[in-house]
Write a protein that binds this ligand. Structure first.
Ligand code: 5GP
Ligand code: MN
Length: 346
């Protein structure tokens, strides 16, 4: 029913691992999002169902609104549980890298991973995968890594045994990576997958509320502040950006996840093509950049060119090691450089 995505060769290697290996480590990218957590928990559940020892590792902590998924309390954080994580990577026979495609994207955890003697298995949907894995399942056109995990489990014949909790985790990542199925989600097979997940008894409306209707009063106030006080709109360019400094975040008692989705809001302005957020990191001395666009505007190219980052066409990110004033001038330069794609042709 669903088109298979693993080649015969990949299938043979994966089947070998499933038959002969017992220790698996699953990890995803820094500042994990719904797709990172969901894809790891979905695959972990499948592997545990086969009797495997599975350790799920994230480079650092993830927002509160993702903690409802079953298994999140067992996730190790490399910056907190470093010794346990090092041990898990030493014992691992297979390391699965989900929702990232370059060890640079997991920062310090990359050093631990490089020391491991395990075989590496990549499952990801970002462009230009690095060549560091024995099996590379890379599909940049797929909605999410969760969609890939579902397809892999399905192709391996594991759908029948999928638990409701695993189905919820997979649905969560598909939902968050597509903005609740409002972008990057026109492939009809996505809805076939959703229909199969619903057969597992998931409540997709409840999951939506757990993800999107779960904010603190502080976060709503932060949102109002950003939109009223901080948003700069370059109308002719159909572009906008806003900045958030550490002292402003502190004023609104910022916690991880509070900035989630803010960058999407300016795209609800009629005709807006590009939205950029510049936020001072509360952990390191740097500015975190998020880019969102509609249609064909390539956020990933702009992120690579100006913000030391990358990502997808309509959603990308990056980092700047400078002060906010310089970050603003880089942002304006980036927007002016892409004038030919942003400004209406006369
Ligand atoms: P966010 O704005 O949510 O931080 O990131 C948006 C998207 O861009 C996510 O899919 C994220 O994985 C990706 N992304 C963020 N930073 C980078 C980066 O430095 N390199 C690459 N390749 N992707 C990134
Ligand atoms: Mn993803």
């Amino acid at each position: 029913m669903l088109k298979p995505i693993l080649t015969e060769e990949q299938l043979a290697q994966i089947s070998f691992w499933l038959k002969n290996c017992s220790h698996f480590v699953l990890c995803a990218h820094i500042s994990p999002d719904g797709d990172a957590i969901g894809s790891c928990l979905g695959l972990a559940s499948f592997l545990r169902g086969l009797g495997k020892e599975v350790t799920v590792v994230m480079p650092n902590h993830f927002p509160e609104f993702l903690h409802w998924m079953k298994g999140t309390d067992e996730i190790l954080l490399a910056d907190r549980d470093t010794e346990q994580v090092e041990l898990a990577f030493q014992e691992a026979e297979v390391v699965c890298c989900l929702d990232f495609n370059d060890l640079g994207r997991i920062e310090e955890l990359g050093e631990i991973a490089r020391k491991s003697h395990a075989d590496f298995w990549l499952i990801d949907h970002h462009l230009d995968p690095g060549d560091f894995c024995k099996v590379t399942v890379s599909y940049p056109l797929m909605s999410s890594t969760c969609e890939l995990v579902f397809r892999i489990i399905y192709q391996l014949g594991g759908f029948g045994c999928m638990t409701k909790e695993a189905a919820e985790a997979i649905y969560c990542g598909m939902c968050t990576d597509t903005g609740g199925f409002t972008y990057n989600s026109n492939n009809s097979e996505i809805f076939l997958i959703i229909s199969l997940l619903l057969q597992k008894g998931i409540d997709k409306d409840l999951i939506y509320r757990k993800i999107y209707n779960n904010y603190s009063v502080d976060r709503i106030h932060l949102m109002g502040f950003v939109l009223y006080e901080k948003l700069q709109v370059l109308e002719d360019f159909h572009a906008s950006f806003f900045t958030l400094e550490r002292k402003e975040l502190k004023h609104f008692h910022f916690t991880k996840g509070d900035a989630e989705g803010l960058v999407n809001i300016p795209l609800t302005i009629k005709g807006m093509k590009l939205s950029i957020s510049l936020r001072e990191d509360t952990e390191k001395d740097r500015i975190l950049v998020s880019l969102r666009s509609v249609d064909d505007f390539p956020c990933n190219k702009m992120a690579e060119e100006f913000f030391n980052g990358g990502g997808h066409k309509n959603a990308a990110g990056g980092r700047l090691d400078c002060d906010m004033e310089e970050a603003i001038s880089i942002t304006k330069k980036a927007i002016y450089t892409y004038e030919y794609l942003l400004v209406d042709k006369k």
